[in-house]
Ligand binder design. Structure first.
Ligand code: SF4
Ligand code: SF4
Length: 263
C-alpha cells in the first residue's frame, strides 16, 4: 500500500505575551479541522500536551523577548524551523510590555515586586526580528483570524501571504465609513495603522488607537501635526503612540518627538 505523503509539521511558540494570538488560532474552530487535515499540529502546548519533536516546517511565534532565557530559546526555535512567522504586536513590535523601553526597568521592579532581587529580566522588550531572521510578520493585537488562515494557506501552497500593507483608512473607504476625523474631529491613528481589522473602531464612530501597528511608510509626523491641530495636547499624542506597538519604529519616534514639546 502506498504511504500517504508526510504532512508539514506546525509548531506554535509562546514568549512574553497574553496568549491572545494563540487563542485566535484556536478560535478558527471549523477551519482548524480543515487545517489539521493538511498540517500536523506537532507542537502547540496551548492546544495539546502531545508534543512531536522538531524540526518543524512552520513555526508561529507569539510574544516578545524580555529575558536572557528567551533570547537563547528563540535561537533554538529558529534552528528547528524551516519557516518562522511572528504573530501579533508582542512578537512583531515588542508589545505593551515594551513601555519599559522608555523607562528604567529597575525602578519598576522596585515598585511592583516585594523581592525584586528574584526577578531576572532584560531592560527592554524586543520583537523576534531583533534576534533572528523572520520569514513573515503578521500584525494585530490580537491578530485577525482570517489573515492567520491566509498565512497558513499561503505556506501550504508555497507562496507569499496576500496581506495588503495598506492603512485602516483604506478599510474605512471599502466599508463606506464616514471618516471620524473629518466629520467629527475625533483623533484617529487609522492613517498610519496597518489594515486587518476591517476598520473596527471607526465603524463604531471611534478613532483607531493603532493596535495593528504601523503600516508601511507610515507618515506619523504628518499625523502628529494633524492631531495637534485638532486640539490634542502633545502629552496625549505621545500617549496615543505609546500603546501596544509603542516600540515599533515610526510610533516610537513620533511619541518621543511629542514628549519633548510643550503646548
Ligand atoms: S475614520 Fe480614521 S481610519 Fe477611517 S478614514 Fe478616517 S482617519 Fe482613516
Ligand atoms: S484600534 Fe485600529 S487597528 Fe485596532 S481594531 Fe480598532 S480600528 Fe482596528
Amino acid at each position: 500500500m502506498a504511504r500517504s505523503p508526510r504532512k508539514p509539521k506546525l509548531a506554535v511558540w509562546k514568549f512574553a505575551s497574553c496568549d491572545g494570538c494563540q487563542l485566535s488560532l484556536l478560535d478558527c474552530e471549523d477551519e482548524l479541522l480543515a487545517i489539521a487535515g493538511e498540517i500536523e499540529i506537532a507542537n502547540f502546548v496551548e492546544a495539546s500536551r502531545a508534543v512531536v519533536k522538531g524540526p518543524y516546517d512552520l513555526s508561529l511565534v507569539e510574544g516578545s523577548i524580555t529575558t536572557a532565557h528567551d533570547a537563547a530559546r528563540i535561537q533554538h526555535v529558529r534552528k528547528m524551523s524551516k519557516h518562522l512567522v511572528t504573530i501579533g504586536a508582542c512578537a512583531t513590535a515588542g508589545g505593551i510590555q515594551a513601555l519599559r523601553n522608555f523607562k528604567d526597568v529597575k525602578e519598576f521592579l522596585s515598585i511592583v515586586y516585594a523581592k525584586p532581587e528574584y526577578i531576572e529580566t532584560l531592560a527592554t522588550s524586543t520583537p523576534i526580528s531583533a534576534h533572528v531572521r523572520v520569514d513573515f510578520e503578521l500584525r494585530g493585537c490580537p491578530i485577525n483570524k482570517t489573515q492567520l488562515l491566509e498565512v497558513l494557506t499561503a505556506f501550504l501552497h508555497g507562496r507569499r501571504p496576500n496581506i495588503p500593507d495598506q492603512s485602516v483608512c483604506m478599510e474605512c473607504k471599502l466599508k463606506g465609513n464616514v471618516c471620524v476625523m473629518v466629520a467629527h474631529g475625533t483623533p484617529c491613528l487609522g492613517p498610519v495603522t496597518h489594515s486587518g481589522c476591517g476598520a473596527l473602531c471607526p465603524s463604531y464612530d471611534r478613532g483607531c488607537y493603532g493596535c495593528f501597528g504601523p503600516k508601511e511608510n507610515a507618515n506619523t509626523a504628518s499625523l502628529g501635526t494633524w492631531l495637534h491641530d485638532l486640539g490634542m495636547p502633545h502629552a496625549e499624542i505621545m500617549r496615543s503612540f505609546q500603546t501596544y506597538n509603542a516600540a515599533a519604529e515610526p510610533f516610537r519616534k513620533e511619541s518621543e518627538a511629542h514628549e519633548k514639546q510643550n503646548d
